[in-house]
Design a protein. Structure first.
Length: 437
């Protein structure tokens, strides 16, 4: 996902949605065309602000209206509200025609039955499934079902570093392993500045980071039959390794335990921290007043220093998908809009604006995406990124384990010991909060 905020299911639970979606006014999955001249679209907040998103998107929506005669009513929904808004819409049956979803939510939202399945016929209507990069399609829903959405923007995590702070500390290159990151971090943490920023209260970001570390330790957080598995030795080790950046190695400032709204990016842009692990951060740095030549980007660290599959995974498959509510009153218009937004021209325009990577193969070949910073992200997606578990309980996983990590960062910031035992206790509590299978 992009511009990640704290994911919170709140009062609307998936079990409630699963019950209510069956009687929420759906038209049986086929949609209708009772309002052929209008569409409602919930876009996720991709830019530095909602106003930035409106400036990026509205000209494209106007272009779509000119081509088709269909007006699109746009609402940009903040990440802090998006999941709850979608779940409420799924429950009531009163949602937009088309919407953006964080790709990690695909299987969870698919299980509500509220989203249009992307079978062969529907993919053919937008140019075919084979237009999309395979790694992006891997985060569109459960592997045994037709996708619940199509990829719109692709992202990956990378290590961003402040060139001046590195030079001043006599560091010639960014760290490639975690041992190197800690050694480098100790040289950079001084004079009130920290080596690396985190978003300790951002539940989704917490999950993204510990999922990747989990892969490096051999943990998946779910068993092959979809049961929560948060307390294995490898899962505990992954969570402790992440929190230890603050608790043990002291290369993260204690105040980062409260960060949840991209403050780590602001600190980076203001030379308060020297590194940050983030998805496609270039547009945000520019909005914060940073010049492109002030920062560099490198693959996120892995144990061996050489990214790859399995225990050398260094990113989750991040991105935004586009979905259609099954009970749309304008199915034909919705399909035309998805086709428009995933066309080569729009994929180039929108992903350039947001600093992301097109999940459409032909658009990805545009020279603009050969920029060194974007090339790191593209190569990560192609060779060393893994999709988060595509299970219905994924959004709950983000909430309960993300909260456990948040609480551990709070302990570290307060000077309380973060031990293997305390980490395991938090993860046991999180696992108990998951639905029983």
């Amino acid at each position: 996902m992009r511009r990640i905020r704290a994911a919170a299911v709140g009062a609307v639970t998936l079990s409630l949605v699963l019950t209510a979606a069956a009687c929420g006014g759906s038209t049986g999955g086929s949609g209708s065309d009772k309002q052929p001249k209008t569409l409602t679209y919930w876009a996720s907040n991709q830019g530095a602000s909602i106003e930035v998103d409106k400036k990026v998107l509205q000209p494209e929506l106007d272009r779509f209206e000119k081509q088709t005669g269909i007006k699109v009513k746009l609402e940009v929904v903040p990440w802090a509200d998006l999941l709850n808004r979608i779940l409420t819409a799924a429950t009531s049956g009163q949602g937009p025609d088309v919407l953006n979803i964080g790709n990690t939510w695909s299987a969870s939202l698919q299980s509500t039955g509220a989203l249009l399945p992307w079978d062969t016929k529907n993919f053919e209507a937008i140019g075919g499934k084979d237009r999309f990069v395979e790694s992006a399609l891997g985060s569109t829903g459960a592997q045994t079902q037709d996708p619940a959405a199509v990829p719109l923007y692709s992202m990956a995590y990378a290590l961003y570093y402040n060139k001046k702070m590195f030079k001043d500390a006599g560091i010639e290159k960014p760290p490639a392993t975690w041992d190197e990151l800690i050694a480098t971090g100790r040289k950079l943490t001084k004079d009130g500045k920290a080596a690396i920023g985190v978003e300790g209260s951002n539940l989704s970001n917490n999950i993204h980071q510990v999922f990747v570390l989990g892969k490096q330790h051999g943990a998946d957080f779910f068993t092959s039959d979809g049961k929560a598995d948060f307390t294995s030795d490898s899962a505990v080790a992954a969570v402790k390794q992440y929190v230890d950046l603050m608790a043990t190695h002291k290369i993260v400032a204690p105040g980062n335990a409260e960060y949840a709204q991209n403050q780590s990016l602001s600190d980076f842009a203001k030379d308060k921290t020297a590194m940050v692990l983030w998805q496609t951060a270039s547009a945000t740095f520019k909005a914060q007043g940073m010049n492109d030549d002030e920062w560099g980007v490198a693959p996120a660290p892995v144990p061996s220093g050489t990214p790859g599959a399995g225990k050398q995974t260094n990113s989750m498959v991040a991105g935004i998908n586009m979905a259609v509510f099954k009970n749309t009153r304008n199915l034909d218009g919705a399909m035309k809009f998805v086709k428009f937004m995933t066309s080569d021209e729009e994929q180039k325009t929108l992903n350039k604006a947001y600093g992301s990577i097109p999940p459409v193969k032909t658009a990805q070949q545009d020279p603009a995406f050969n920029d060194p910073a974007l090339a790191v992200l593209r190569d990560t997606l192609a060779g060393s990124a893994s999709a988060l578990p595509q299970v219905p309980e994924e959004s709950q996983f983000e909430t309960v384990v993300g909260t456990a990590v948040k609480e551990l960062f709070a302990d570290a910031a307060a000077g309380r010991a973060v031990t293997t035992e305390s980490v395991k206790a938090k993860l046991e509590k999180a696992q108990q909060q998951m639905p029983k299978k």
